[in-house]
Design a protein around this ligand. Structure first.
Ligand code: GLA
Length: 740
């Protein structure tokens, strides 16, 4: 519900258990009043009336503008702290008085209230344009508050789209140059937030290739701390989401936690700023390094969204709100879509670049026999791509690999009852490729300067519309010709020498180009699914999930490492889009040997995939794989649609115990993995959540054997008896079903 009190000029946004409020002050500025939980007994009538809460009794008056909690902080009036917007105007709005000098460019933006409207159907910038529905279709209210610079003809509209059920607000801003001269934005955040004083404990993730999504918790100190990507993609080093709470006031399942995530897949920045007053501000949006956003007279720009929310159930509650929001409002949901993510087989680790029709057919037959539903051929099927030194950019099936054409394999995969998928890396080109020989100017570079290759490849210039068009046509033709149901869309390098026909705007234009191709492909082929991958988990965010169905979280499939990576991923993103493979006994990256049940127990926590070399497995081993996959299909609806509880996180006992439970509490999955165990240290039994106290639950293992039976009450009060065999690598997955 959105309320406006015209007497006090106060806006109250009321969500299920939280509120967000701001007020128009006497000068027409928007002043933030508060954001946080509402008392449990509050009704729609209970609102903030706009009594002054900003009492700067301890701040010398001369500093006041710098500390005032404006909803949108603009450079000019504010210089000491980080702004939401910093704008350069090349010209003066008024004629100079005699003797005055121009001091151009003018870098002062004032925004004053010009009106509001409440609409449904408003969308942030770069919202998916594929036309596919999302699961939850009911319209969402958006408050649009229009602000205007009193001197320059620049309008800024702050947008707040409400999802009351999840206590989530999507925030973005619309910029409109109604003047006669161009306007440049030096800093452009999608939104700034003001958090309650002292909310300075940050939960986030960091990492690198093969170590993505490492959870971390730290205290902010005075000043600005950056989370960022200076890349054309979201990046491995950090992921654009955060959770903030007052230290010692929030835990996994209790306490107030503020959270947020960006719906953008390029160079981004989240600046976390602790003021000397201990007030916390957060500014999230485009990364301002090498940034360019110019609006010509009459032009508009709508920023993507920053999704924010409040949880009253700790970090776990924040994750569950985000997961459900992603499942219902973000992920595309084609009408004919299967309800669950299919069990996938990917041939990368089995054959690498040594693809042949014969080895792929053999893999496909074995994959089908163990219950795989989607067969994906990875890198190496096209052009001269017999290694990573050549062929990228030439998206034509290689006759050396498939002398009879790819159709023969596709037909066989379909005959076996599976869908067919292909790996692509559309933004890239090897210098040793037909595409590059034909169009050497189609890559990012600065003329006359060296072009740095990484993994022997260069990046196509998506600032050129003809390049975007060319890539779309090739992919479109592939889907059409080979009935492709799935693309694993990869992007394997970071940018260097970012020279483009689009100038510095390339950082945004690249993302727009990728989104445009994906959206068009999905529009033309509603049956096509896409997996986002960027050298593992380098491009995962809410912008990507608007047009992809799942993510490749890391190239590291070692169950010991993966369980931590997945815990980090689970902070923000749901299990249904977390592709997780079972691979070889001896891991190809870490060389660690792990038992099959551990590999399955970890991979079954997400959308299950298989990457092992099936052609080298015995019949007995294949049968074991089949029995795990059969079990997974039984628990899949709970894993992929259930609510996640992290009953025990790795930080304490190096054990991860999680539970997925259906919202009605009728079914649950209990998954326990020990990364390490010290003899003589006893772990407490993990207490289950979300069950119904009065119901009796059967607890089944993989062979469908009932290993335990208890009431929901007992399971939530006493837990499942801990395993008697605690050792590093111990794991089990149990399925709980209510019987009465
Ligand atoms: C990247 C991906 C891998 C694989 C290779 C193929 O590294 O993350 O899964 O697809 O590319 O070259």
């Amino acid at each position: 519900m959105i309320h406006f009190n015209s007497e006090t000029r106060t806006f109250n946004l009321l969500l299920r258990s939280s509120y967000y409020a701001f007020q128009v002050d006497a000068d027409g500025r928007l002043i933030h009043l508060g954001w946080g939980p509402r008392p449990q007994d509050a009704s729609g009538e209970d609102q903030i009336s706009g009594k002054p809460v900003f009492e700067p009794y301890n701040i010398p008056w001369s500093f006041i503008t710098q500390f005032r909690p404006d909803e949108v902080l603009t450079f000019g009036e504010i210089t000491s702290f980080y702004p939401t917007l910093k704008v350069s105007f090349p010209g003066l709005p008024v004629p100079l008085k005699e003797g005055e000098s121009p001091h151009l460019p003018l870098r002062d933006l004032r925004l004053r209230y010009a009106g509001y409207e409440i609409v449904t159907g408003a969308k942030p910038g770069l919202a998916p344009a594929h036309g596919l529905p999302v699961r939850e279709l009911s319209p969402r209210e958006t408050l649009r508050v229009r602000l205007q610079d009193p001197l320059q003809s620049l309008y800024v509209t702050l947008c707040y789209r409400l999802d009351p059920e999840h206590d989530i607000i999507e925030r973005w801003c619309e910029l409109e140059n109604a003047g006669q001269q161009p306007v440049s934005f030096d800093i452009c955040c999608f939104a700034s937030l003001h958090l309650p004083n002292g909310t300075n404990e940050l939960t986030s993730v960091s990492g690198t290739w093969a170590r993505e999504f490492t959870p971390q918790r730290q205290r902010l100190s005075q000043g600005v701390q950056m989370m960022e990507s200076r890349n054309l993609q979201t990046g491995h080093n950090s992921n654009p989401f955060f959770m903030l709470n007052r230290p010692g006031q929030a835990w996994e399942e209790s306490g107030v936690v503020y959270f947020g995530a960006l719906a953008y897949s390029g160079a981004w920045q989240i600046a976390l700023e602790q003021l000397p007053t201990l007030d916390i501000r957060l500014h999230a949006g485009y990364h301002p390094f090498d940034f360019q956003l110019d609006l010509a007279p009459g032009e508009r720009h709508v920023t993507p969204a920053l999704v924010i929310g409040v949880s009253l159930q700790g970090w776990g509650g924040a994750s569950r709100r985000l997961h459900d929001f992603v499942r219902r409002h973000v992920l595309p949901c084609p009408p004919q879509d299967a309800q669950w993510r299919p069990v996938l087989y990917n041939s990368w680790e089995a054959t690498y670049f040594n693809l042949s029709f014969e080895n792929q057919v053999e893999l496909a037959r074995k994959a089908a026999s163990i219950g795989v539903e989607l067969f994906c051929v990875d890198d190496g099927w096209f052009g001269a791509r017999r290694s990573d030194t050549a062929g990228l950019g030439d998206w034509v099936v290689s006759p050396d690999v498939f002398p009879g054409g790819l159709e023969l394999l596709v037909d066989e995969v379909h005959r076996l009852g599976m869908q067919f998928g292909l790996w692509v890396e559309p933004e890239m080109v090897n210098p040793d490729s037909d595409l590059y020989r034909l169009h050497p100017d189609w890559v990012l570079h600065f003329p006359g300067r060296p072009r740095t290759t990484a993994r022997n490849q260069l990046i196509l210039d998506f600032g050129r519309t003809e390049v975007v068009e060319h890539i779309f046509s090739l992919l479109d033709a592939l889907v059409e010709r080979y009935s492709i149901a799935f693309f694993k869309w990869d992007m394997n390098r970071l940018a260097t020498e970012p020279g483009s026909v689009a100038g510095k705007a390339i950082w945004r234009r690249h993302v727009e180009g990728v989104y445009r191709i994906m959206d068009r492909l999905r529009q033309q082929h509603p049956g096509l699914d896409i997996q986002t991958c960027s050298g593992g988990g380098g491009r995962i965010d809410l912008g990507m999930f608007g047009r992809t169905d799942q993510a490749w979280v890391s190239d590291n499939t070692d169950a010991f490492d993966r369980v931590r990576i997945q815990e980090g991923f689970s902070l923000a993103y749901p299990a249904c889009c977390m592709e997780a493979w079972v691979t070889h006994e001896k891991n190809h990256i870490t060389q660690r040997v792990t038992p099959l049940n551990l590999r399955f127990d970890v991979a079954m926590r997400g959308a299950l995939g298989i990457g092992s070399s099936l052609n080298e497995l015995s019949q007995a081993e294949l049968a074991e794989y089949a029995s795990f996959i059969q079990f997974y299909k039984m628990i899949r609806p709970v894993v992929q649609a259930g609510e996640l509880y992290r009953l025990e996180r790795l930080e304490e006992f190096d054990a991860s115990v999680i539970e997925y439970v259906l919202p009605d509490g009728s079914e649950a999955v209990y998954s326990e993995v020990l990364r390490d165990h010290q003899v003589g240290v006893f772990r407490p039994a993990a207490l289950l959540k979300g069950l119904q106290s009065r119901l009796v639950y059967m607890v089944l293992d993989r062979s469908n054997t009932e290993v335990y039976r208890a009431t929901g009450y007992e399971l939530m009060v006493q837990g499942i008896p801990p395993a008697m065999l605690d050792y590093p690598g111990y794991s089990r997955t149990l399925y709980l079903r209510a019987v009465q």
